[in-house]
Write a protein that binds this ligand. Structure first.
Ligand code: ADP
Ligand code: MG
Ligand code: ZN
Length: 712
C-alpha cells in the first residue's frame, strides 16, 4: 500500500519524494492507527490525508474550519485529477442534496465538511450510508479550549467516530504543538499519544528578521514597492492600524486589500478573494486573517506591530513560503507596542491567565532583542533542545557597521526638552530640520537654539532617528489624545555625556526574488487560466512549479512531467500551453540555458541529501539492478528511480538505458512510436498498456537516439 502511496504522490501531485513526516503519517493511517500529525504551516499536512484517501476504498471525510476556503481546497484536488466535493452553508439545499447523493454513489474520494454540519442528525444519518475509512480533522487545535481558535462544534467530531457503523481511522492535523493542546486532541479524538508524528519546526526557506529604530511606514512602502509583483501579508495589531495602513498604501497606488473583524462578511470575503487571486498583492490584516489560507505563493509576512506571543507570531509569519521558495518574515519592532499588547492582555483575559500571558509577551520581546539566530530562538521556544544558527536570518547575516551617534542623540534630546516634552515625533523633527511650517512659528519654536541644528538632514531621516532613540529607550512615548515624546532617565544620562549612543546602519529593503521575464510570462499565463477556471492561480501551479519550469525549460511532455508539482492531470490540462509558452520564449531568447535561472530564481535544493539521491540510485544501477529492484531496495517510487536515472543521463553520466525498460515492452513501444511519432509522449502512452510508464517511454526514446544520453 505504501508503494501505491508513493506512486500517487508522483502521478497526482507531481512530487518525487515525501517530505519529513509525511510517509510516517500516511503509513500509520494505512495501518489503521488513529494519528496526530504536528507539522509547521507549509509542512505538507494535506497530503497526509489526501493520499490515504486515494489508497483506501470509500470516501474520506475532512473536517475543515473555514467555509470560505473549502472551495479552494476542493478545486486544488480537482485540478490534480482527484474527485472531491464540499458541503457547507454556501450551498443551496438542492446542491447539498445532489452532492450527498453523488457521495453515496461513491463519486468522490474526499468530502470536505464544516464542523457545524455534524450537529445535524439527518446529516449524520446520510454519512452512515457511506463507507468512510478515514476522518481527517484539519486545524485540529480548534478542538481544544487551550488553543487559540477554540471551535465548540469541533467537539462533535468525537461522536461522529462513534456513530459511524464502521469505525473510521481518525487523523488530526495541526501546526500548533503546545503539549497541552496536543494532549487535548489525543484525549478527545481517542488517539494514542504514541501515534504522534511530529516534525522539526525549522522552516528552511524562511528568513526572519527584526527591524527597529526605523520609520515603519517608510520601510513598508519601500519594501512593498520593491517587491510589487510578490504577494505578502502585513499584520497590524488593531483594526484602526489596519485601516490607516491600508489607506496609506492605496494612496501610494499599491494594490492592497484589507481584512479585520470589524468588516462585514461580504466585504471580508471579497477582500480575501482579491488577495487569493493575486488581484491585490498586499493583504493588510489583523490576526483575524489567515487560518486555513492555503495560498502557497506568499513571499513575505511583515508584522507592523508586535504580536502577543511566539505562538501567534510563528503561525502568522509561517504563512509565508508554503511552496518552499525563499520568503521573508519581518517584524517591525517598536518598544511602544509593548504598552499596546499589555493593555490588550489586561483587557481581554480572565485575571488568572494574565501573568502567564505577560510572561509569553516578555519572551516575544526577548525575541526582538536577541542578537543570536532568530530561527534558533524560535525552535528552542517550541521545545527543540538545540538548533544550529540558520545562516539566513537578520542576525545571522548582519554585517552592518556601527556608528557613534551620541552627538546627534544629544541634539534631539535637548530639543525635546526645550519643546517642553509635550509634542510628537514629526513636529520635533520639523523643528530640528528648521521647517518653515506655520505651526512652528506659532508655537515660537523657531527661536529655540535647537531650531534647524539638523537642517542638513531631511525631516524623514530625523523622524527615523527619533524612532531609533525610542527603540533604545532614550526617548519614550506618552499615549494621550495623540502620542507625545519625552526624555527617559537613560536619555538624560546621554544628555550629560555619561553614556554613548551607538547605532547600526539602517537595514536596507531588498528584492526577494530576482526578475525573470520567463517567470513573468508563465505567471501571467497562469493568471489567465485561473480566471477562466475561476480558481486562484496557486491552485493551478505553485510559484515553485513555475520556477522549476524556468530552470528546466521543459519543451516536451516528458520533460514537463519532471517539473516538481506536475502530475498527469496537470500535464493533460496545461502541458501544451505551458510548453508552447516556454518554447516560444526559448526561441526568442536563444541565450537562455537550462539551469541558468537556478541561481536567479533562488531555487535551492531542499536538502543536500535529496539532491544526491539520484547518484545513490546510479550506484545500484551500476550493479545491474532493475528499476523495480532499486525502488524496492531504496523504498522509493518506481517513477522516482526512473527520473533519477534519466537525470543522471541528462547530466552526462553513463546509464544503461535498456535496464529501464523491460524487454517484453520493446516491440509494443516500437510500434507505438512508429504510429504516434517521437515528438510527444502522450500519444505514445495512449497506445501502450497502462503499466508502461512515462519514464519507460522516455528511456525508450533515448535508446533510439543514444547521442542524447551521451552528451555532457
Ligand atoms: P500545511 O497544511 O501543512 O500548511 P500544505 O498541505 O498546504 O501545508 O502544503 C504546503 C505546500 O507544500 C503545498 O503547496 C503542497 O503542494 C506542497 N507539498 C506538500 N508535500 C510535498 C512534497 N512531498 N513535495 C513537494 N511539495 C509538497
Ligand atoms: Mg493545511
Ligand atoms: Zn539565523
Amino acid at each position: 500500500m505504501l508503494q501505491q502511496a508513493r506512486n500517487h504522490l508522483q502521478s497526482y501531485f507531481g512530487y518525487s519524494a515525501f517530505r519529513s513526516g509525511q510517509e510516517q503519517a500516511i503509513s500509520q493511517v494505512l495501518e489503521g492507527k488513529n494519528t496526530i500529525c504536528v507539522m509547521p504551516t507549509g509542512g505538507g499536512k494535506s497530503i497526509c490525508y489526501q493520499i490515504p484517501a486515494l489508497v483506501l476504498p470509500g470516501i474520506t471525510v475532512v473536517i475543515s474550519p473555514l467555509i470560505s476556503l473549502m472551495k479552494d481546497q476542493v478545486d486544488t484536488l480537482l485540478e490534480a485529477g482527484i474527485a472531491a466535493a464540499y458541503i457547507n452553508s454556501s450551498l443551496s439545499a438542492a446542491e447539498v442534496r445532489d452532492t450527498m447523493a453523488a457521495a453515496k454513489q461513491g463519486e468522490y474520494k474526499l468530502l470536505y465538511i464544516a464542523p457545524e454540519r455534524l450537529e445535524s442528525r439527518s446529516f449524520i444519518e446520510d454519512l452512515k450510508e457511506m463507507p468512510i475509512p478515514l476522518v481527517a480533522v484539519d486545524e485540529a487545535h480548534c478542538i481544544s479550549q487551550w488553543g487559540h481558535d477554540f471551535r465548540p462544534s469541533y467537539r462533535q467530531i468525537q461522536r461522529l467516530a462513534e456513530l459511524l457503523p464502521q469505525k473510521p481511522v481518525v487523523l488530526a492535523l495541526t501546526a500548533t504543538a503546545t503539549p497541552k493542546v496536543r494532549e487535548d486532541i489525543c484525549r478527545l479524538l481517542a488517539i494514542d499519544e504514541a501515534n504522534t508524528v511530529i516534525t522539526g519546526f525549522e522552516r528552511e526557506n524562511l528568513s526572519f528578521s527584526v527591524i527597529q529604530g526605523q520609520d515603519r511606514y517608510v520601510f513598508i512602502k519601500d519594501y512593498v514597492q520593491k517587491n510589487e509583483k510578490e504577494a505578502g501579508i502585513i499584520y497590524a495589531a488593531t483594526r484602526k492600524a489596519v485601516d490607516q495602513l491600508y489607506e496609506k498604501l492605496r494612496k501610494s497606488n499599491i494594490p492592497a486589500a484589507r481584512y479585520h473583524a470589524g468588516m462585514s462578511d461580504d466585504e471580508r470575503i471579497n477582500e480575501q478573494d482579491r488577495f487569493l487571486t493575486d488581484e491585490a498583492t498586499v493583504m493588510v490584516a489583523t490576526n483575524a486573517f489567515g487560518m486555513g489560507i492555503d495560498k502557497s505563493n506568499i513571499r513575505y509576512v511583515i508584522h507592523y506591530q508586535l504580536p502577543k506571543n511566539m505562538e501567534s507570531y510563528y503561525q502568522e509569519a509561517g504563512r509565508a513560503g508554503r511552496d518552499g521558495l525563499d520568503s521573508e518574515c519581518i517584524l517591525l519592532y517598536s518598544s511602544q507596542d509593548v504598552q499596546t499588547q499589555r493593555f490588550l492582555i489586561d483587557q481581554s483575559l480572565e485575571r488568572e491567565r494574565i501573568p502567564r500571558e505577560l510572561e509569553k509577551l516578555q519572551l516575544m520581546i526577548d525575541y526582538c532583542h536577541t542578537e543570536n539566530c532568530l530561527q534558533s530562538y524560535i525552535v528552542k521556544y517550541f521545545g527543540e533542545a538545540y538548533a544550529e544558527p540558520c545562516g539566513r536570518c537578520g542576525n545571522c547575516t548582519d554585517s552592518r557597521a556601527v556608528v557613534d551617534v551620541t552627538k546627534e542623540a544629544q541634539m534631539v534630546l535637548s530639543c525635546v526638552i526645550r519643546m517642553g516634552q509635550r509634542y510628537g515625533k514629526s513636529i520635533t523633527a520639523q523643528v530640528l530640520t528648521g521647517s518653515k511650517n506655520k505651526k512652528i512659528a506659532e508655537f515660537g519654536f523657531h527661536t529655540l537654539s535647537t531650531y534647524g541644528i539638523m537642517k542638513e538632514q531631511s525631516a524623514k531621516d530625523v523622524t527615523n532617528f527619533i524612532e531609533f532613540l525610542i527603540s533604545q529607550e532614550l526617548l519614550s512615548v506618552e499615549h494621550g489624545s495623540y502620542p507625545t515624546i519625552f526624555v527617559t532617565s537613560q536619555g538624560k544620562e546621554v544628555l550629560v555625556g555619561q553614556q554613548l549612543v551607538k547605532r547600526k546602519e539602517a537595514v536596507q529593503t531588498k528584492q526577494i526574488a530576482a526578475d525573470d521575464p520567463l517567470f513573468e510570462e508563465l505567471r501571467s499565463l497562469r493568471k489567465s487560466l485561473a480566471e477562466q477556471a475561476d480558481v486562484p492561480p496557486f491552485v493551478i501551479f505553485s510559484d515553485r512549479t513555475l520556477k522549476d519550469m524556468c530552470v528546466k525549460l521543459p519543451q516536451t511532455e516528458g520533460e514537463f512531467l519532471t517539473v516538481s508539482g506536475v502530475g498527469s492531470s496537470k500535464l493533460e490540462k496545461y502541458g501544451e500551453l505551458f510548453i508552447a509558452a516556454i518554447t516560444a520564449f526559448c526561441k526568442e531568447h536563444p541565450e537562455r540555458e537550462k539551469g541558468a535561472a537556478a541561481e536567479q530564481a533562488l531555487i535551492k535544493p531542499q536538502k543536500k541529501a535529496a539532491s544526491q539521491s539520484h547518484l545513490d540510485t546510479l550506484e545500484l544501477h551500476k550493479q545491474h539492478m532493475t528499476v523495480s529492484e532499486i525502488a524496492e531496495k531504496r523504498e522509493l517510487a518506481v517513477s522516482t528511480i526512473e527520473s533519477h536515472l534519466l537525470q543522471c543521463a541528462d547530466e552526462g553520466m553513463k546509464v544503461d538505458l535498456p535496464l529501464l525498460v523491460p524487454e517484453e515492452y520493446w516491440t509494443l513501444l516500437d510500434k507505438a512510436v512508429q504510429e504516434a511519432g517521437r515528438d510527444r509522449l502522450k500519444p505514445i502512452k495512449e497506445l501502450v498498456p497502462e503499466e508502461i510508464t512515462y519514464g519507460m517511454i522516455k528511456a525508450f526514446l533515448k535508446i533510439g537516439c543514444p547521442e542524447e544520453s551521451s552528451h555532457s
